[in-house]
Design a protein around this ligand. Structure first.
Ligand code: NAP
Length: 316
């Protein structure tokens, strides 16, 4: 199996699980530090850039499944269009190059990571994989990546599985750490009461979902989320309690755009409640952390053992 993004939060977990299941795991890397990470997980590092189809073809030689979990999501709260440009390029051009490589090495399957909030139900209702795309330029590249992958699979005869993940959280995930640090420091993390409902997924469970999809390749789109969508105020309130912090502070909507920027403010006020029913049934998968409650217990236990949050939240 070939994993692009092998050194990331999701990729590291996937490589470890592939190796534990006896698969050969080849991890795409760009640096010596990346090579060491992949080796430490039992995988084989191979160097290439995601925007170089020839180099990717060499790196993926001999792999029957190609997985795209690379990303460059901005690690700051207030973002503008420019901050998302590299991530857009990874989703569009990166997918094009990686699917080209998959075709050239004769892979039988290609897995692509997506996000559940790129589609939505009407009026914030619970939705499934068939819901309509959201009209937002920052989300468009995720759906473009899905389309590019699907079209390549159809043209070259490999299976294409799109796994749209819910809100991703883990002790080593930047976004989870910034929430934890903000709560401990008493910074506002909610907008307008935090009534938006989100579907979450612990990064460990996202990795087992990719593992299942790589072992039983099928074509289609699936939502990989836990069992219970939850209001942001309940999720962050539960995180605050576990950290011994005060209840989350709120920002009024009128200030949120100024303080957090448009994208973060809108995300924090948007509901995306969806279900894992299709993925569970098609891949006989179930999350180890069925709700945020079990998942946050694990996150905060891991943080306690490393003495986090203290000081400035940094990428581990
Ligand atoms: N659903 C959610 O809430 C959510 C939140 C965050 C992320 N995600 C998704 O989850 C997936 C994994 O995210 P993550 O947290 O694991 O990200 P991460 O920890 O930041 O890792 C990013 C990975 O992408 C690789 N990468 C970036 N640019 C590259 C390039 N030009 N060529 C080759 N590799 C490149 C990085 O490699 P280097 O080590 O060489 O930099 C790294 O392995 C992504 O698909 C992302 O979209 C979802």
């Amino acid at each position: 199996m070939f994993v692009a993004g092998a050194t990331g939060v999701l990729g590291r977990r996937l490589v470890r699980r592939l190796v534990a299941r006896g698969h050969s795991a080849v991890g795409l890397t760009r640096t010596e530090a990346g090579d060491q990470i992949v080796r430490s997980l039992g995988g084989e590092p191979r160097r290439a850039d995601l925007f170089d189809a020839d180099a990717l073809t060499n790196a993926a030689e001999g792999c029957s499944v190609v997985v795209h979990v690379a990303t460059a999501i901005p690690t700051k709260l207030r973002t503008n269009r420019k901050d998302w440009a590299e991530n857009d390029r990874i989703r569009r051009e990166g997918t094009k190059c990686l699917t080209t490589a998959a075709a050239r090495v004769g892979a039988g399957a290609y897995l692509q990571q997506g996000i559940v909030w790129a589609v939505r139900g009407p009026d914030g209702q619970t939705f499934d994989e068939d819901a309509h795309p959201v009209n937002d330029p920052i989300l468009a590249s995720s759906l473009d990546g899905e389309r590019i992958a699907r079209e390549a699979g159809a043209a070259h005869g490999f299976r294409t599985a799109i796994l749209r993940c819910g809100g991703f959280y883990s002790s080593d995930g930047w976004h989870t750490r910034i929430f934890g640090e903000s709560l401990v420091r008493g910074r506002p993390v909610l907008v307008d009461g935090g009534s938006a409902i989100w579907s979450w997924i612990h990064a460990d469970d996202a990795a087992t979902a990719f593992l299942a999809a790589s072992e039983w390749p099928k074509s289609g789109v699936w939502h990989v989320v836990d069992d219970r969508p939850v209001a942001l105020s309940d999720y962050l309130g539960a995180l605050a309690r576990r950290l011994g912090a005060r209840p989350p502070r709120h920002l009024p909507r009128s200030l949120a755009h100024l303080v957090l920027g448009r994208y973060t403010a809108e995300l924090l006020t948007s509901s995306f409640a969806t279900s894992n029913a299709r993925f569970r049934s098609d891949f006989r998968w179930q999350p180890a952390y069925p709700t945020f409650a079990e998942g946050l217990d694990e996150v905060v236990a891991a943080w306690q053992s490393e003495g986090f949050p203290r000081g400035k939240a940094t990428r581990p």
